[in-house]
Ligand binder design. Structure first.
Ligand SMILES: NC(=O)c1ccc[n+]([C@@H]2O[C@H](COP(=O)([O-])OP(=O)(O)OC[C@H]3O[C@@H](n4cnc5c(N)ncnc54)[C@H](O)[C@@H]3O)[C@@H](O)[C@H]2O)c1
Length: 328
């Protein structure tokens, strides 16, 4: 008998890579998405498979699944600042009401559930690198509060279901991840830089570009998450790549990789932009025997080839959905 996994947010960047991994591991995959920021093209190669099914559904509404479920991967949520600034209410609802529904389903089905949290729970961190024991420095009423606080609530309700109803839960805190199937226009730094390089525009960084980020290639992330799911560890685990780089240096790497002749120019810093980001991954190393394998040069090359292979007009598309209209 194949094990069955429900993946929410399956048509998104990370969700679609998880679908690939679970299919490869021999699972029956139930993919669920309301397509608010996702794209069916990310999973169209799976649609004809016998052990893949797609449910177009908003997880903030009651989730009904027929039959047994072994695992639930809760990845539904807008994830880029451009998205969650446009749809703050949807963002709050998916990690609160949506997580509540997912946990209720896990309880009924006796399924193990893994929820996708984020390094944003650390806010603009005063501890560096960030360990799982750090409680964070988040502004609840700032522009990013809708995402950061929703994810903090998600972690809290997940622990409550574990402690109260003995639901088997896992919490991953994901740091910046990149790879094929990111959207060019989602406002995250890597697709933004590559899009600008390909369009012949200058690369725009916020402030002087001295803020740092650490980028993890998607296959490494998926492997860490898969190991965490199968482990018996209940508390949050950081998964990310600790190799830290300033945004300015990163922009220079992209210019070199793409051979673009443009310059890096600076824009005003957005409010509450974190100054530093680097995961402490000691826990993942010790508990999961996991560490990232793909270095930035290799990962960037694959990602750049993916963006180059997209139809040329994709490069010039602004956001294709009128997200604000959906913010109910
Ligand atoms: N990509 C990263 O670097 C990163 C970092 C930290 C955390 N995460 C988390 O990982 C998850 C996936 O992120 P991503 O980068 O793949 O984003 P994404 O926007 O590509 O994917 C999110 C998916 O969730 C779907 N969705 C949103 N609301 C929904 C709802 N109410 N019902 C059903 N589906 C819904 C979207 O349509 C989309 O397909 C998110 O929970 C995000 O917070 C991602």
């Amino acid at each position: 008998m194949k094990k069955t996994v429900l993946i929410t947010g399956a048509a998104g960047f990370l969700g679609s890579h998880l679908c690939d991994r679970f299919i490869k591991e021999g699972y029956h995959v139930i993919a669920m998405d309301n397509l608010i920021t996702g794209d069916m093209r990310n999973i169209e190669h799976l649609m004809k498979l016998e052990h893949f099914e797609f449910h177009h559904h908003d997880v903030t509404k009651h989730i009904h699944i027929v039959g047994e479920l072994d695992y639930i991967m809760h990845f539904a949520s807008p994830a880029s600042p451009i998205d969650y600034l446009k749809i703050p209410i949807q963002t709050l609802k998916v990690s609160s009401l949506g997580t509540h529904n997912v946990l209720g389903l896990a309880r009924v089905k006796k399924a193990r559930v893994l929820v996708a949290s984020t390094s944003e729970v650390y806010g603009d961190p005063t501890v560096h690198p960030q360990t799982e024991e750090y409680w964070g420095n988040v502004n609840p009423v700032g522009p990013r509060g809708c995402y950061d606080e929703a994810k903090r609530f998600m972690e809290a309700i997940t622990m409550a279901y574990h402690n109260t109803h003995q639901v088997e839960t896992r919490i991953v805190r994901i740091f910046n991840t990149y790879g094929p199937r990111m959207r060019l226009n989602d406002g995250r730094v890597l697709p933004a830089f590559i899009g600008q390089a390909l369009r012949g525009e200058d690369l725009t960084m916020f402030g002087d570009g001295s803020q740092t980020r650490s980028f993890c290639y998607v296959s490494d992330l998926v492997d860490g998450i898969y190991r965490l799911l199968l482990s018996d560890y209940v508390m949050p685990v950081n998964i990310g790549n600790p190799s830290e780089i300033t945004i300015k240096e990163f922009g220079e790497e992209i210019l070199k990789l793409t051979g673009a002749k443009q310059k890096l120019i600076s824009l005003a810093l957005p409010k509450d932009d974190p100054k530093q980001r680097r995961p402490d991954i000691s826990k993942a190393k010790a508990l999961l025997d996991w560490e990232p394998k793909v270095n930035r040069a290799e990962g960037l090359k694959i990602t750049y080839e993916y963006f180059k292979s997209l139809p040329h007009d994709e490069l010039f598309k602004t956001e294709h959905r009128d997200l604000e209209k959906l913010n109910k």
